[in-house]
Design a protein around this ligand. Structure first.
Ligand SMILES: NC(=O)C1=CN([C@@H]2O[C@H](COP(=O)(O)OP(=O)(O)OC[C@H]3O[C@@H](n4cnc5c(N)ncnc54)[C@H](O)[C@@H]3O)[C@@H](O)[C@H]2O)[C@H](O)CC1
Ligand SMILES: [K+]
Length: 467
């Protein structure tokens, strides 16, 4: 189920205001923008209302201004609409839209619940916790509604971090002009419901965009296993995890996958080549093979001295490197010092706990913290979770908010690490986003209650949708 529009620019509140200002400077009035915003939302409200009575919440700012446009248009189209207002601007576009509403208006306190609620209390201007009458009424009215449509954002969530400031959930949200980080970050991500993007003529340029299906190309006719990429996966104390990564790399498009360690390869596919590595010196020797395209270390690595020594050799090598799992824990707060000097492309794939152990928490949201860490460490960070943030050192960011909750099972992180290795093997700058998309899509195809081995089996189908 596509919850968020794919490949769509994501703008922060400040970037949004700058984009709106650029429109005003180009001669588009705030009233015109508000009319476009309100029309886009009214069309969706009419679609979902099915003729049921509508209650429109109008806040004190421009989100409220949009709400008055929605109410006026729905009434013109024959819908039964009442506005519940919280204060309200006299001046400006919002004041004008408020004055053009000639239907019934009640206070939030007096508002009776109705089946369809349009939430125009607060949007990107949310600056502090929602309290008092506004919070009480919003929760009372949204809980009683059968369908809640939020204008731009569900009221009560911080635009740039997705933090819950006392907000209430929506069934669907119409994102105006561009997506905002809150549409793709927990907990707001879960409260937006289905996000619809309304292009209202605000050109939104951004380094941040939502994840989209990659365009992959089938191997050229003269390809061979080395030209498609040799991925070496380092085995550690738990060889099964490395085997999951290695199998994921094989199905993820690598031409040749080598499993290097003491595990003997287990009963993995015969296509998986096992090379015995006892010591760090053995690994160092193996990494001297310049046919290697990418190295994956961390899944099941363990945290003992031998693991630390293997990690040291992998970091020092000249190959593209994926660092996951135990290797991230071994790096800890030393990550920046040990990784930032690498010349070859490096991708770290931490979950929230591993990220917190490597980087100071800082007070920003997940997006800010990941972007800042990627810049500092000069590596790509795939900050995993239901809201995955992929931050590149050059400032490019891809956000994904559509992953299956069934991914919360052992080994799926190992699979993603192997997929990253396979996609990096071709040396493209979008490898991490490709891997995350394939991982997310394979999970959707695997349906409910899959295990990591099932997930691997679905990767070719996901690739099939991209070539
Ligand atoms: N993106 C677009 O293309 C357009 C967006 N529009 C709409 O404008 C809002 C943003 O409007 P703004 O006036 O900046 O802020 P809000 O309406 O979200 O908030 C109103 C006002 O409320 C005050 N406030 C903030 N937090 C609280 C709180 N916790 N309790 C009480 N009051 C609070 C604060 O002073 C805010 O200024 C955007 O979301 C769109 O809906 C344009 O209308 C059209 C183009
Ligand atoms: K809103």
């Amino acid at each position: 189920m596509i919850r968020v529009p794919r490949g769509t620019p994501v703008l922060t509140a400040e970037q949004m205001r700058a984009a709106e200002q650029a429109c005003f400077d180009a001669g588009v009035s705030q009233e015109e923008l508000m009319e476009r915003a309100g029309t886009a939302v009214a069309r969706e409200a009419a679609r979902f209302a099915f003729g049921r009575p509508v209650l429109v919440l109008a806040g004190p700012g421009n989100n409220g201004g949009d709400a008055y446009v929605v109410a006026r248009l729905l009434r013109q189209w024959g819908h039964d609409v009442i506005v519940a207002a919280l204060g309200g601007k006299e001046a400006g576009a919002a004041g004008m839209m408020r004055s053009r509403w000639d239907g019934e208006t009640v206070t939030l306190d007096d508002a009776e619940p109705r089946p369809v609620l349009v939430d125009g209390l607060f949007g990107t201007g949310m600056s502090r916790a929602l309290e008092g009458e506004a919070r009480k009424a919003l929760h009372r009215l949204s809980q009683a509604a059968a369908f809640v449509l939020a204008i731009d954002l569900p009221s009560g969530f911080a635009t740039d971090s997705g933090e819950d400031l006392g907000g209430a959930p929506a069934t669907a949200t119409v994102a105006l002009g561009a997506l905002k980080p809150a549409h793709l970050l927990m907990p707001a991500l879960e409260r937006c419901g289905t996000v619809l993007h309304a292009d209202i003529g605000i050109p939104g340029e951004s380094d941040i965009c939502s994840l989209s299906r990659p365009h992959l190309v089938a191997p050229a006719r003269d390809s061979h296993k080395y030209s498609r990429g040799l991925v070496l996966v380092v085995e550690g104390e738990m060889p099964g995890a490395a085997r999951l990564s290695a199998r994921a790399a094989l199905h993820g498009g690598a031409g040749y996958v080598m499993l290097a360690g003491q595990g003997g390869g287990g009963n993995g596919p015969d296509a998986l080549v096992h090379r015995s590595v006892e010591s760090a010196d053995d690994l160092q020797h193996l990494l001297g093979d310049d046919r290697i395209s990418a190295v994956v270390i961390g899944p099941g690595l363990g945290r003992g001295e031998r693991s630390q020594a293997l990690l040291g050799v992998a970091i020092a090598c000249e190959h593209r490197l994926v660092i996951d799992g135990d290797a991230l824990t071994l790096l800890g707060r030393d990550a920046e010092r040990r990784i930032s000097g690498r010349t070859a492309e490096t991708v770290l794939t931490p979950h929230e706990g591993e990220f917190g152990r490597m980087f100071d928490d800082g007070d920003g949201g997940k997006l800010d913290r990941t972007v800042s860490a990627a810049r500092r460490i000069c590596a790509t960070i795939v900050h995993k979770g239901p809201d995955t943030v992929i931050a590149h050192p050059d400032g490019r960011v891809v956000m994904s908010g559509d992953s299956s909750p069934w991914l919360s099972t052992a080994g799926t992180g190992d699979v993603l690490a192997g997929l990253c290795g396979a996609r990096m093997a071709k040396g493209n700058a979008h490898a991490a986003a490709e891997a995350v998309w394939l991982h997310t899509r394979a999970a959707a195809l695997a349906g409910p209650a899959f295990c990591a081995d099932d997930l691997i089996g679905r990767i070719p189908d996901a690739i099939g949708e991209c070539v």
